[in-house]
Ligand binder design. Sequence first.
Ligand SMILES: Nc1nc(=O)c2c([nH]1)NC[C@@H]1CN(c3ccc(C(=O)N[C@@H](CCC(=O)O)C(=O)O)cc3)C=[N+]21
Length: 292
Amino acid sequence: MSSAQIIDGKGVASRLREELAQKVAEFQQSNHVQPHLAAVLVGDDPASAVYVRNKQRACEKSGIRSTLHRLSTETSQAELLELVHSLNEQSDVHGILIQLPLPSQIDETTVLDAVAPLKDVDCFHPENVGLMVQGRPRFLPCTPAGCQVLIGESGTPTSGAHAVVVGRSEIVGKPMGMMLVQKGDLANATVTIAHSRTRDLTEMTRQADILIAAIGRPNFITGEMIKPGACVIDVGINRVGDRLVGDVNFDEALPVAGSITPVPGGVGPMTIAMLLQNTLTAAILQTQALSE
Ligand SMILES: Nc1nc(=O)c2c([nH]1)NC[C@@H]1CN(c3ccc(C(=O)N[C@@H](CCC(=O)O)C(=O)O)cc3)C=[N+]21
């Protein structure tokens, strides 16, 4: 029985990190500025704490300075906004990452909109989303950008392919569709964005040459939903007991798909690699803005 190529996100991410470390060193040499990411963690969600720690470790490996601002679960929106404004003002901070989710007394949109657009390394600010959708990106959203690189890594041609994105979140599904439909490399696809109200989802996903699962439900995509030979990108990170599982039923997908990302070791590490890349981009943009 045939078996899909497993796309090594962890390996690709570590290669990208090494290339980035070189670029960071060159940037620092010529500008005497060290790229600096400020991460903000509100509350004590254990998963968020792990992610933030992973991001900080990845920064260190690439020569990017990282600082962590920890606030208690009871932090008010006004207090958080005050911190964001202060980070916006600090010229030695180039990127600001507000770890999501935020506690319920805080309105996420209000806080994310307060991040200075040039420091918005998540690419969540409407100005940056708008630029990306118009095909003139300042930053690329980290998870979709990581998925795009992994599709390229699989050798699957995107031009003219039918890409079906399952999930329409502002963070993954929607921007992913926009990026794949764009003109350009690793793009030019025909895109369908499917979601919980999509009629006959299986009929839809079975037409996908490239299937991106960003639903947030463990093992949601079964073998019969996959077109034989398709490239399957699994964005899901679900904790089931003490295991991490994706949105794709990996065991069922393996004999059907042409290539597939594992969880863990697939999209997750790529998200972090793209965050680092955006932090260097932010440092470059802000250094240029200063010398103009
Ligand atoms: N402002 C903001 N930006 C984010 O980018 C953001 C966020 N908030 N909130 C939470 C989600 C989740 N996320 C992950 C990143 C890497 C892994 C990752 O590296 N996962 C490893 C496994 C990690 C583990 O063992 O738990 C892997 O898939 O191999 C996972 C999840 C970024 N997010």
